[in-house]
Design a protein around this ligand. Structure first.
Ligand SMILES: [Zn+2]
Ligand SMILES: [Zn+2]
Ligand SMILES: [Zn+2]
Length: 136
């Protein structure tokens, strides 16, 4: 019983450490990162894909990060710094055709009127082109 219990505590601690590490990576990053990119930044063997997936999923639910589907269909995650209180994420995302990065353009929130019959579940404003560091 004793060993089983300490094992559970160890798993919990690892998850908290993983959560903190992943959150820190996303808050330091200027661009949105995919699950694979997060895994590449984490120390090797730090946590497996399933843990990273679960942590990202939880962080999205806690409104600490948001997900963006890139033009190529790859899901990327970005921090929720400077987000409005209800995290509606109406801001624009910029996808660079050259370096494949996705950047939150939080200062731009396109406005539109949708016919009343349509119910919005997800909004994805994506603009593609060449980012500032690639056009230099
Ligand atoms: Zn947010
Ligand atoms: Zn670029
Ligand atoms: Zn964003």
């Amino acid at each position: 019983m004793q060993t089983q219990l300490s094992c559970i505590i160890f798993v919990c601690m690892r998850n908290t450490v993983a959560k903190q590490a992943i959150l820190e990576i996303l808050y330091k990053s200027e661009t949105a990162l995919s699950q694979t990119e997060v895994q590449q930044i984490l120390p090797q063997g730090f946590c497996n894909r399933v843990t990273i997936y679960r942590v990202l999923d939880r962080l999205v639910k806690e409104n600490l990060i948001h997900e963006i589907t890139n033009i190529d269909g790859v899901v990327k995650y970005a921090n929720c710094k400077k987000c409005n209180k209800n995290h509606s994420h109406q801001h624009l995302h910029f996808s660079c055709e050259n370096c494949n990065t996705v950047t939150c353009i939080k200062s731009v929130e396109p406005q539109f009127d949708l016919p009343k019959e349509y119910e919005i579940k997800k909004i994805n404003f994506m603009v593609s082109g060449i980012c500032p560091s690639c056009s230099r």
